[in-house]
Design a binder for this molecule. Structure first.
Ligand code: SF4
Length: 489
């Protein structure tokens, strides 16, 4: 059951139930019912609704988890706010970069001051950063203002943990630490508060087995775990009934979907199944690892009319020598061949990628290999990163860490090349009419709307608000580099 209204009715059934069921999601429905009673009572005592602020750091999978957390808070009676002086503040953390942790510690200090003014304030931390033991020790030692800590494997337990906290007579003394080491259950039948009513992310798998030598994700998100296809299809059908036109299939490496499942299925099969669902008009997916992008998957991208001609394919480096050190399992030639196959199957595909500059041991020759691929492939957009050491990853202890000034110089040269190619690519789009899913009002240009083409290009154009949520034809009349100006056709 994935429909919010159905879930809400299910929760109401537990209002009079005394004992918490053992099975999930029923157990959480029980605690949501109990939590709502507490929140309603406290709101009455306070003369206004308790408020909650959810702050999300990091990737789209974190954003999807935050939609679940916000959904739980809303059905339990909290009013959502963006103001961190709320009755409950939750940080859904990311830990891909070392400085991400520092940012969170800095902000926790500020929350401490807010708590001094509102002693009943509840501070909650979850997400990838909390999977690190060292972080939890630091929270215990230095941040007593933090009330609840949970991780990436038990997002679904939020209502239970919050209820325990709110009814705990000694609540200011106890800090609830509930971080799991692995999945005990995958629970997606939870209320969700979507950012857009007409588009939604759908988790299809969790975790990663790739262990790229610079990446902390496998250590905080665990081993790959795919959801059964019938659950995914049921969720997408429910979303379509609820007015969703565009779905983003999410996973750390969606291309390896299906591994470990009893049913014999892979990502290409799943794409075809989602493509058959009425009401869905657009399908996107991320993240894709080049080593698992099969011919079968490329065939499915070509055949499925709802799969958007857009793919984010992280290359990271153009040097085969470095790709081996990164533990990426493909070479420069493999990557270029893959792009050629993709462009043969989906000629107008929009390709984006990630590039790391300054990986340990990177030589000028390695860097020029990367520049060579950028020139050959001419990506539509490139996300560029200066290598940053991540404690706990093999690359962090590798020899020949590159001088920061050398990294900066290469980074600037890469940016210059990427920018010049992007300028040419974007100019080529002018004059074409594109199908745009209208997302929202433009907050800078009055009377303008913004939306995205099926290639994921951002377009601003004049139009009425009643177009929001619809797919409309827009002629591209001007390129502004990272976005376009268009006119409604
Ligand atoms: S594929 Fe590599 S970079 Fe991506 S999440 Fe997995 S380990 Fe990290």
């Amino acid at each position: 059951m994935y429909d919010n209204t159905e879930i809400l009715n299910e929760i109401k059934k537990y209002t009079s139930v005394q004992d918490a069921p053992l099975n999930e999601p029923e157990r959480q429905y029980f605690f949501m019912a109990k939590l709502k009673e507490v929140v309603d009572k406290r709101s009455e005592e306070k003369g206004k609704r308790l408020t909650a602020c959810v702050v999300t750091f990091g990737c789209q999978m974190n954003a999807r988890d935050s939609e679940k957390i916000s959904g739980i808070l809303k059905v339990c009676g909290y009013e959502l706010t963006e103001d961190e002086r709320a009755d409950l503040v939750l940080y859904n953390t990311c830990t891909v970069r070392e400085n991400a942790n520092l940012k969170v510690y800095g902000r926790l200090g500020r929350l401490k001051n807010y708590k001094e003014k509102n002693p009943d304030m509840i501070t909650v931390l979850c997400g990838c950063m909390m999977q690190e033991e060292g972080v939890r020790e630091k929270i215990k030692k230095s941040f007593h203002n933090v009330d609840i800590v949970f991780g990436t494997f038990n997002i679904y337990m939020f209502a239970e943990l919050l209820y325990m906290k709110l009814i705990d007579p000694d609540k200011n003394a106890t800090q609830i630490m509930a971080v799991k080491k692995d999945y005990e259950a995958i629970v997606e039948e939870l209320p969700k508060d979507r950012k857009y009513p007409f588009k939604s992310g759908v988790n299809i798998m969790f975790g990663c087995n790739n262990f790229c030598s610079y990446c902390i994700v496998p250590y905080v998100r665990g081993r790959e775990r795919s959801r059964a296809s019938k659950d995914i299809i049921e969720e997408v059908k429910t979303l379509a009934k609820d007015g969703v036109k565009e779905v983003m299939l999410l996973g750390q490496n969606v291309n390896s979907y299906g591994k470990g499942l009893e049913e014999d299925i892979n990502f290409a099969d799943l794409l075809r199944m989602v493509n058959d669902i009425d009401g869905i008009e657009r399908i996107r997916f991320m993240s894709s690892h080049p080593k698992d992008l099969s011919d079968e998957l490329i065939e499915a991208m070509k055949d499925c009319d709802k799969v958007c001609p857009q793919l984010h394919l992280a290359m990271q480096s153009g040097s085969s020598r470095l790709l081996e050190k990164m533990n990426r399992h493909y070479t420069k030639e493999d990557f270029i061949n893959l792009v050629e196959k993709l462009r043969k199957a989906v000629p107008d595909i929009s390709l984006s990628t990630d590039i790391i500059v300054g990986f340990p041991g990177e030589t000028e020759e390695d860097f020029l290999e990367t520049m060579d691929v950028i020139e050959k492939v001419r990506f539509n957009s490139v996300f560029t990163f200066q290598y940053s050491k991540r404690t706990g990853t093999p690359a962090a202890v590798m020899e020949n860490q590159v001088e920061p000034s050398v990294v900066k110089d290469r980074f600037d040269r890469l940016l210059k090349l990427v920018q010049s190619i992007s300028d040419e690519n974007t100019k080529d789009q002018v004059g074409f009419t594109e199908k745009v899913l209208v997302e929202e009002k433009d907050d800078k240009l009055p009377g303008y709307l913004t939306g995205r083409t099926d290639k994921n290009y951002l377009v601003h154009f004049e139009g009425c608000d009643n177009l929001i949520g619809n797919i409309v034809d827009v002629k591209i009349i001007e390129s502004k580099g990272f976005y376009y100006i268009g006119e409604l056709v």
